[in-house]
Design a protein around this ligand. Structure first.
Ligand code: NAD
Length: 496
């Protein structure tokens, strides 16, 4: 079976046909029980096709294929240099197909085409190349013990790792996992989000041409309660890398605890603070704070959803920020138009959830300065929304909304804002805007978060680790650090 779509848009005109089966052991196959998921275009709310969905049995077949590949054609059977060349070839093929991949991603998620192409897919190409370079540079140490003995360490792959991906960065989230997993010699079984499997299927069709041996990468589309649970419980999967909500992250950790104690990396939710001090460059602070909360319609884990503004700049910042939100609302529309900057939320469920938070903010007494309503009559569009008069105990301040909803809070001084900013169960990211370098560094160090941005937001680099403090996660992705999360250390003692 196939999924076909003809794009006739201002920025991309072509037809795309995908094999819509599961990708196991180098081939597209039908699921054992013959299930499927429907694909919806969030810009119209209309169903545009369906793709196969697997179950526990398909995961088991994929894990067996991965285990076999690990023992015969991957892991230490293949020199790091060769694995690096293959990962690099995947990067080349993704780059060659960037327009089709970006179009499929925009169609499936409502993300703006040009942003998806340039930031996400080409960003993912960079991640593949970064880890391709590491493939032959992962080595241990020689450790002196005593005269008659030699000890050394090896960083060995886990064997078969699992990856569970959310819908908000379908391809980039997957590439962040495939790249270090393959470079370090692991085989992988991946579950894309059931809502957004199209780019994963397109990627699957490129893997054989890249020279990835059958079984090294397996992609099993399906629901969380079937395929996701099967991956997190599987006794032959030694590590699972998960990106998604804190609620599901907890379930993955519980599954590991009751099965084989597999290693778990979690990239979870957030409620990141953006702090604007009186001496900040106003224009820059407005520009970055707006991007921080409204990028990808607020559907990013590190969205700067709590904007703390100091008393002295408050009266200037709020109207300027509100004007930025209004301008963004004016560029809402078809994700395939060259002028669109703001698209729809991913699904009816998320649309209802975000509107529910907006209602709760209004009912709790916060003040809507701009937005707060649906945009258009079809699809899942919500106006960029700005609340002021927010209090610490409101739901819109405590909980992750995952939508285009900014909450502005006035603060007095540095000590006051550090306490308020840290008053959250999350700790993914934070940002500080000030021209005072000492204060910037002091505050960045005092905030409880895995990433701190000074006079910028959303800076993500392949060579810099990213991950959460507190309930935003365990472990790190990207950078040299992620290599450790895909390998285990063996110590060898030799009696000479
Ligand atoms: P989700 O937790 O509902 O789903 C994530 C994935 O887990 C999906 O593939 C889903 O099918 C699967 N899943 C669901 N239940 C499962 C179970 N019981 N066992 C195993 N797998 C299961 O999250 P979502 O709605 O897809 O994504 C939004 C969330 O992801 C937000 O909370 C966001 O903050 C978070 N997120 C975090 C990061 C990060 O890097 N920290 C990045 C992107 C998204």
């Amino acid at each position: 079976t196939n999924f076909s779509y003809t794009f006739d848009t201002p920025v991309y005109k072509a037809s795309s046909t995908l094999n819509s089966g599961l990708f196991i052991d180098g081939q597209f196959v039908d699921p054992v029980q013959g299930g499927f998921v429907e694909i919806t275009n969030p810009a119209t709310g209309k169903v545009i096709g369906k793709v196969a969905a697997g179950t526990k049995e398909d995961v088991d077949i994929a894990v067996q294929a991965a285990k076999h590949a690990y023992k015969t054609v991957w892991g230490h059977k293949v020199p790091g240099k060769q694995r690096g060349r293959i990962v690099s070839k995947i990067a080349d093929l993704v780059e060659q197909h960037v327009d089709e991949l970006a179009a499929l991603e925009s169609l499936n998620t409502g993300k703006v085409f040009t942003v998806t192409k340039n930031f996400e897919i080409l960003g993912g190409v960079g991640t593949l190349r970064y880890y391709a370079g590491w493939a032959d540079k992962v080595h241990g140490k020689t450790i002196e013990t005593d005269e008659k003995k030699l000890a050394y360490t090896r960083h060995e792959p886990y064997g078969v790792v699992g990856a569970i991906i959310p819908w908000n960065g379908p391809l980039v989230g997957l590439l962040w996992k495939i790249a270090p997993a393959l470079a370090t010699g692991n085989c992988i079984v991946i579950k894309p989000s059931e809502i957004t499997p199209l780019t994963a299927l397109k990627l699957a069709s490129l893997l054989n041409d890249a020279g990835v041996p059958p079984g090294v990468v397996n992609i099993v589309v399906g629901y969380g309660h079937t395929v996701g649970v099967a991956i997190s419980e599987h006794p032959l999967i030694e590590k699972v890398a998960f990106t998604g909500s804190t609620l599901t992250g907890r379930k993955i950790l519980e599954a590991s605890a009751r099965t084989n104690l597999k290693d778990v990396t979690l990239e979870l939710g957030g409620k990141s603070p953006n702090i604007i001090f009186d001496d900040a460059d106003l224009e820059q602070a407005v520009k970055w704070a707006s991007m921080g909360i409204f990028f990808n319609m607020g559907q990013i884990c590190c969205a700067g959803s709590r904007i703390f503004v100091q008393e002295g700049i408050y009266e200037k910042f709020v109207p300027a920020f509100t004007a930025a939100a209004r301008a963004l609302a004016g560029s809402t529309g078809d994700p395939f138009s060259a002028t669109t900057q703001h698209g729809p939320q991913i699904s009816q469920i998320q649309f209802d959830r975000v509107m529910g938070y907006i209602d709760s903010g209004k009912n709790d007494g916060a003040n809507v300065l701009v937005g707060g309503e649906r945009l258009g009559s079809e699809g899942y569009f919500i106006q960029p929304t700005v609340f002021t008069e927010c209090k610490a105990d409101m739901k819109i301040i405590k909980e992750e909304i995952f939508g285009p909803v900014a909450a502005i809070i006035k603060f007095k001084d540095e000590a006051d804002v550090i306490e308020q900013a840290n008053d959250t169960v999350y700790g993914l990211a934070c940002a500080v805007f000030t021209e005072n370098v000492s204060r910037a560094i002091r505050v960045a160090h005092a905030l409880e978060a895995g990433s701190a941005w000074v006079n910028c937001v959303l800076s993500l680099n392949d060579n810099v680790p990213f991950g959460g403090y507190k309930q935003s996660g365990i472990g790190r992705e990207l950078g040299e650090y992620a290599l450790n999360t895909y390998t285990q250390v063996k110590s060898i003692h030799v009696n000479i």
